[in-house]
Design a protein around this ligand. Structure first.
Ligand SMILES: [Zn+2]
Length: 74
């Protein structure tokens, strides 16, 4: 028997728009991350207008609720 697990990618690489530093992070599945401290330049990244979290704005992979097809925090 195979448990049906949605195919979600939890690791996303965030790229800082200010300094270009990229860092791979594991996303929380039950919450949206609004703020992210860049490890390159220490800037605090926030989502772009219309995006729900920093992963949707700057990550290679959008956050888990988006991957599942839900709007997350709207
Ligand atoms: Zn940066």
């Amino acid at each position: 028997m195979e448990t049906k697990t949605p195919d979600i990618e939890l690791r996303s690489t965030l790229t800082c728009p200010l300094c270009g530093h990229a860092e791979t992070e594991t996303m929380p599945t039950d919450a949206c991350q609004w703020f992210y401290d860049c490890k390159g330049c220490a800037a605090v990244l926030k989502p772009k207008p219309g995006d729900c979290c920093v992963y949707c704005s700057y990550g290679t992979v959008p956050c888990p609720p988006i991957q599942l097809g839900d709007g997350c925090c709207s």
